[in-house]
Design a protein around this ligand. Sequence first.
Ligand SMILES: CC(C)(COP(=O)(O)OP(=O)(O)OC[C@H]1O[C@@H](n2cnc3c(N)ncnc32)[C@H](O)[C@@H]1OP(=O)(O)O)[C@@H](O)C(=O)NCCC(=O)NCCS
Length: 223
Amino acid sequence: MLDDFFQPPLHFKVAEPWMWETPVSPAEETLVERAVDKRKREFRAGRNAAHSLFNQLGINHPHLLKATQREPAWPAGWVGSISHTQGICVVVLASTCHAASVGLDVEQATPLNPDLRDMICRPEELAQISRLRAEHGAALAYEKLIFSAKESVHKAYFPLNHHTLDFLDARIDLEWSSQSFVASILNPEPAPKHPVARFEGRFLFHQDWIFTLIVNTAPKSPG
Ligand SMILES: CC(C)(COP(=O)(O)OP(=O)(O)OC[C@H]1O[C@@H](n2cnc3c(N)ncnc32)[C@H](O)[C@@H]1OP(=O)(O)O)[C@@H](O)C(=O)NCCC(=O)NCCS
């Protein structure tokens, strides 16, 4: 199932149990030295999984540190994304020949906290969700899917522009039959370095989780 979702030219790795427990390089460990155990475990899972991919691909990048904020400083020639939630951590990697940025998010497939609904979802998205509930059943966590898609937007957008969009700055249009979505950036910052009007993404409900993925294939504008 995940092999179909993360198709070549993407490379992906689901963290193995030992990866959550095993410390990474001293330089990487410094990034979480004051963190609580849960944060150390998820960080190690992501880093160990990333290093497993680097080894597999012959990439020499001994320390996967942070770039400007929390986004990983990927090796030259590669872009990627990390997501962890209870029970799973996934890393995805793509060559810059194939993608300018990648956004991956994995969430528990449980209902979004109703108090957050109007902070996350635009009215058009709520209307869309009402239609989907009628057509495909009430049980699925549609609002959480919108949330996850927007987290993927952030992870694909931020490394290009170093700007954090608000959840209401983007609109997700779901295409249920193809398990895909379009994310329209409605309110970008005034002078983005790499303007983005829309991203195309895919989603998957698998086991306990919702996966959303954006592979931004638009050429990166110079500068
Ligand atoms: C940063 C954020 C996306 C993390 O999401 P999360 O669901 O809590 O956690 P995940 O496990 O899925 O993702 C965490 C990973 O994302 C990556 N990440 C963090 N900040 C990032 C950024 N600015 N850009 C790209 N990737 C980032 C990191 O690899 C991080 O893991 P690590 O610290 O162990 O390396 C989220 O906390 C956040 O700040 N969201 C607000 C911004 C937003 O989503 N706006 C909506 C735009 S439409």
